[in-house]
Design a protein around this ligand. Structure first.
Ligand code: PEP
Length: 246
C-alpha cells in the first residue's frame, strides 16, 4: 500500500489563499515519480474551487470534518453527501482541534465514522492522540486505546473499506515539538495491534504533529508509519512537496 501524505489546511487560509496554494501545488509538482498518495483538506468554503483545480492531477482532496446528519435542517452543517458530490476522497474525523474547540467526543466521532461507512465511500481519517500530561503520566497508550475502543465500538467496517488512523499527540500539534520517530513508531505499533484485536486490519496509520521537511523522512522510514498528516508545513507548496519526496 502506498504511503499517504495529507495536508490539513485547517482554517489557516482564506478562500483566495487556498486557491493560490492549490494552483501552486499543481504548478510546482516535481517531475519525479510520485510514490505516495497525496491529498489536501482545505476549508469548506474553498473545497469546491480547490477540487476544480486539482481534478485530473495526482492530488486528491478531502474535508476536515462533516456532520453525521443526513441533508436537511441542520444550520451550519456540512453533509457527507455534499462531500461526495464534490468528489472528495477523504474526510478527517475527530481532529484534536475539533475536540478541544468544539467539544467533540469519542461518541460523536463514532457516529460520524458510522455515517461515513454506511452512507458514502469516503475514506475516513480518524484522529487519536494523548495530551502532554497523559504522556508524562505514562498513560499515552491507555488514552489512545480508550479512544479507539470507544470510536470503533459497534462500528462495522465493511470488507474492502479502509479506515485511515492518524496518531496525533496533542502536545506536538502546531507546537514545533515532534514525537521522536521511535516514540511515534511505538504508538503506531500499539495502534495496529489494538485494531487487530478489534478485528480491524489493513489500515494505514498516519503520524501528525509538527511534521516538517527535516523530520518527514525519518518518520516515514518507520515500519508502522504509513504516512503523515501535515498541518503548518502543508501551507507552502515547496514545503509540502519536500515532505512528500522526503
Ligand atoms: C494537524 O493539523 O493535523 C497537525 C499535525 O498540525 P501541525 O503539522 O501544524 O502540527
Amino acid at each position: 500500500m502506498h504511503k499517504l501524505i495529507i495536508g490539513n489546511w485547517k482554517m489557516a487560509l482564506g478562500y483566495k489563499e487556498s486557491v493560490t496554494l492549490a494552483e501552486n501545488l499543481v504548478l510546482s509538482q516535481p517531475y519525479r515519480p510520485l510514490l505516495a498518495e497525496v491529498g489536501v483538506c482545505p476549508s469548506f468554503v474553498a473545497l469546491s474551487s480547490v477540487a476544480n483545480i486539482l481534478e485530473g492531477t495526482a492530488i486528491f482532496w478531502g474535508a476536515q470534518d462533516a456532520t453525521q446528519f443526513v441533508p436537511g435542517p441542520v444550520t451550519g452543517g456540512t453533509s457527507l453527501e455534499s462531500l461526495v458530490e464534490l468528489d472528495c476522497r477523504y474526510v478527517i474525523l475527530g481532529h484534536s482541534e475539533r475536540r478541544q474547540l468544539f467539544g467533540e467526543t469519542d461518541e460523536l466521532v463514532r457516529l460520524k465514522l458510522q455515517a461515513v461507512l454506511e452512507r458514502t465511500n469516503l475514506i475516513p481519517i480518524v484522529c487519536v492522540g494523548e495530551t502532554l500530561a497523559e504522556r508524562e503520566a505514562g498513560q499515552a497508550e491507555e488514552k489512545v486505546g480508550g479512544q479507539l475502543r470507544a470510536i470503533f465500538n459497534s462500528v462495522v467496517v465493511p470488507a474492502g473499506r479502509e479506515v485511515v488512523l492518524a496518531y496525533e499527540p496533542i502536545w506536538a500539534i502546531g507546537t514545533g515539538k515532534t514525537s521522536t520517530p521511535t516514540q511515534a513508531e511505538a504508538m503506531h505499533h500499539f495502534i495496529r495491534q489494538f485494531l487487530k484485536e478489534l478485528g480491524i486490519e489493513g489500515n494505514r496509520i498516519l503520524y501528525g504533529g509538527s511534521v516538517k521537511p527535516e523530520n518527514a523522512g525519518q518518520l516515514l522510514s518507520q515500519p508502522n508509519i504509513d504516512g503523515l498528516l501535515v498541518g503548518g508545513a502543508s501551507l507552502s507548496a515547496d514545503s509540502f512537496w519536500s515532505i512528500v519526496f522526503a
